[in-house]
Design a binder for this molecule. Structure first.
Ligand code: PAZ
Length: 376
C-alpha cells in the first residue's frame, strides 16, 4: 500500500518478534554495535558499572523520502542531565539519544539557554593584554568575566567525559531505529549481568506506521483530508526483561498528563513487564517531582525511614501484590539548594537525587545477586 490514508481499519497488535522480522534495521547497525561492544568490554575489564541512558523523542516518518513526520515534546533534558550525574557517580554511560536533542554538558549552553555567543566578549572592543600568544586580541576570544564561574566546572567535566572514555553516544531519529538500537545495546550490555543498568527516559512513540504502509514519496495534497492509521508499537520491555538483559537493573519512565493515572499506570507496567522500577512523572511537574514506584520487596524502606521519613513510602495493595510509591520533590532539598536553571553552577536539579537513589538501589541489586550466587 502506498498511501496511509487508504490503510485497513484493523490494526493488529505487533509482537516484538514480528517487528524485528519485518521492519528494517538502521543501515549502520553493525558499526554502531561493534563500537558499543568495544566500549562495554573495556569497562567490564576495568570492573566498572555501565548504564544505558535513553533520551529525547522519537519520530514517525510519514514518507520514506521523509518530508513530514510525527514527533513529540521531549527535549532530552532528563536524559542529558541524568547522564551527567551517572558520570559523576563513576558509571560508564551509553547515551542513546535523539539526534540534535540535549546532550550532557552542552545542554547548559543550548541556543535558548545561555546562547553561546552571548558568553563571549565582542572582539572589536575587547583587547587582550595578558596573552603570551598574542599582543593583540586577534588570536583570542574571551569569555566574559561574569560567565567564567558557571562555565569552568562544566567545561572541566565536559573535557573529562570526552577524554576519559566514559561516555559513548548513540544517536537515533525514528521510533523504528530506537527499537532496533535498544535491542542491540541490550545485547551488547548483556555480559555486564547485574552491573548493567538501563535508564529508559526517552519519550518513545506508542504508535508507528509499518514500512509497507509508508509511501515512497511526499504525500500529495488535493484529495481532501489526510487520514493516517498507525499500529501500536510492540511492547519491548517484556522481552528486554525476560530475554535481552534478564539480570540488568531496569528503570522505565511513565509520563502522564492526568496525575490520577500516574501511579496506577506505573503499577500496571511493573505487573506486566516485571522490571525493577518505574519513575512516574507528570508532564507539567516533571522538573520538580517524580514518584518511584516499585515492588515492596525492591523498596529500600528501612533506609528511607532512617532519614526521618523525609520521603514517606506509600504502600499499595494491588491484586494480591504489594507496591510502594515514593515521591521525590525538589522541595525535599534544603531551600537554598533550589534555584532556577540547572547544573554545575551550584543549582539543585531533581536528577541529582534521582541518580543518587538509583545508584544505591543498583548497589543493592548487585549485592542480592552476589548473595544469591553464594547461597547456591
Ligand atoms: O526530555 P524531557 O526532559 O523534556 O522530558 C523527560 C520525559 C518526560 C520524556 C521523561 O521523564 C519520561 O517520562 N520519559 C518516558 C515517557 C513515556 O514514554 O511515558
Amino acid at each position: 500500500m502506498s498511501d496511509p490514508s487508504a490503510s485497513s481499519s484493523t490494526s493488529p497488535k505487533w509482537s516484538s518478534d514480528r517487528f524485528f522480522q519485518t521492519q528494517s534495521a538502521p543501515s549502520n547497525l553493525a558499526e554502531v554495535s561493534s563500537a558499543a561492544s568495544e566500549f562495554v568490554q573495556r569497562h567490564i575489564k576495568e570492573g566498572r558499572r555501565v548504564v544505558l541512558v535513553t533520551s529525547g523523542g522519537t519520530t514517525v516518518p510519514l514518507e520514506k523520502n521523509v518530508v513530514r513526520f510525527l514527533d513529540n515534546f521531549s527535549a532530552g533534558t532528563r536524559g542529558a542531565t541524568s547522564a551527567e550525574y551517572f558520570l559523576s557517580a563513576g558509571y560508564a554511560v551509553i547515551f542513546m539519544s535523539r539526534q540534535h536533542s540535549l546532550a550532557p554538558y552542552t545542554r547548559h549552553y543550548s541556543h535558548t539557554t545561555n546562547p553561546f555567543l552571548d558568553l563571549l566578549a565582542d572582539p572589536a572592543t575587547h583587547v587582550h593584554t595578558d596573552s603570551p600568544a598574542s599582543t593583540s586580541g586577534e588570536d583570542n576570544i574571551t569569555v566574559l568575566k561574569q560567565h567564567v564561574a558557571h562555565l569552568r566546572p562544566i567545561l572541566s567535566a565536559y573535557h573529562h567525559a570526552r577524554t576519559s572514555g566514559l561516555l559513548h553516544t548513540v544517536p537515533f531519529v525514528t521510533v523504528n531505529d530506537y527499537l532496533w538500537l535498544l535491542r542491540e545495546m541490550s545485547r551488547v550490555m548483556q555480559p555486564l549481568g547485574r552491573n548493567g543498568m538501563y535508564y529508559l527516559a526517552a519519550a518513545v512513540s506508542d504508535f508507528f506506521i509499518p514500512s509497507t504502509n509508508v509511501p515512497e514519496h511526499k504525500i500529495q495534497s488535493g484529495k481532501g483530508s489526510l487520514v493516517i492509521e498507525m499500529d501500536q508499537v510492540p511492547k519491548v520491555l517484556k522481552p528486554m526483561v525476560e530475554k535481552w538483559v534478564p539480570e540488568g537493573y531496569l528503570v522505565s519512565f511513565k509520563l502522564e498528563t492526568d496525575p490520577n493515572l500516574l501511579i496506577p499506570k506505573a503499577v500496571g507496567a511493573l505487573q506486566r513487564y516485571g522490571h525493577q522500577l518505574v519513575i512516574g512523572n507528570d508532564l507539567n511537574r516533571r522538573k520538580f517531582e517524580v514518584v518511584f514506584v516499585e515492588r515492596l520487596s525492591n523498596t529500600p524502606a528501612a533506609k528511607t525511614e532512617e532519614r526521618g521519613g523525609e520521603r514517606p513510602v506509600e504502600r499499595l495493595h494491588v491484586e494480591g501484590e504489594e507496591f510502594s510509591a515514593t515521591w521525590m520533590r525538589l522541595a525535599d532539598s534544603s531551600p537554598d539548594e533550589v534555584n532556577e536553571g540547572g547544573g554545575k553552577g551550584g543549582e539543585k536539579e531533581l536528577e541529582e537525587d534521582i541518580i543518587r537513589e538509583l545508584c544505591s538501589r543498583h548497589e543493592q541489586w548487585i549485592a542480592k545477586g552476589t548473595a544469591g550466587a553464594a547461597s547456591r
